[in-house]
Design a protein around this ligand. Structure first.
Ligand code: HEM
Length: 170
């Protein structure tokens, strides 16, 4: 437990105070808007859409949904890769982001998600007959991982204030 200081409040560790002093503003931004934050909506939407497409295919058996799933799973993977490049640049370039444990939790969850999304696209490219059940299972797993990655990403912005206040007008 932290010791109390002279004023009676809990003393904060030097490490935490140093962390608060470090810049955590976005380094990869377009006219003051962090680019990673703008990109992440695409993998989130495409991953969940892939699950929806698989469920409709399971229910209907219509091969149209196999072709639709190939495309939407591909967009999920490649938009995730693109978002991850920008996220990694933020992580490595900004000291206040790099030194936060929460940033690395988000990065690990996001990279796991992108790996699953890649496997899901690969199943559709090379083994389309395996979509039921393997593609469907990967889509469900990817959707759960999207929840983890997105929740940790949201914590970075809303709890830690990472990636905000980059506008020179502020
Ligand atoms: C190696 C991969 C990744 C790294 C290192 C990374 C890093 C970051 C960082 C540093 C932030 C804080 C905002 C900023 O500085 O721009 C953030 C926010 C966020 N990230 Fe990632 N990210 C990665 C991949 C992803 C992916 C694939 C997704 C999609 C699920 C994602 C979803 C989010 C979300 C939802 C936020 C919060 C944005 C908001 O609240 O609008 N990230 N990420």
């Amino acid at each position: 437990m932290a010791k109390k200081d002279d004023s009676g409040s809990h003393a904060r560790s030097e490490v935490l105070l140093e962390l608060l002093r470090l810049d955590a503003g976005s380094a990869v931004a377009l006219v003051g808007h962090p680019i990673h934050v703008m990109m992440v909506h695409f993998p989130i939407a495409f991953v969940v859409a892939t699950l929806g497409v698989d469920v409709i295919y399971w229910w209907s058996g219509d091969p149209f949904w196999v072709r639709a799933g190939l495309w939407v799973a591909g967009f999920a993977f490649w938009s995730g890769v693109a978002a991850s490049f920008v996220g990694t640049a933020e992580l490595l370039l900004v000291p206040g982001i790099r030194l936060r444990e929460a940033s690395w939790s988000h990065a690990v969850a996001a990279m796991t998600l992108v790996a699953i999304a890649g496997a899901n696209w690969g199943v559709r490219l090379f083994y389309p007959a395996e979509i039921l059940p393997h593609g469907l299972a990967l889509s469900a797993l990817a959707s759960v991982m999207t929840g983890f990655a997105g929740w940790h990403g949201g914590k970075l912005v809303f709890d830690h204030g990472v990636g905000i206040m980059v506008s020179p007008k502020e």
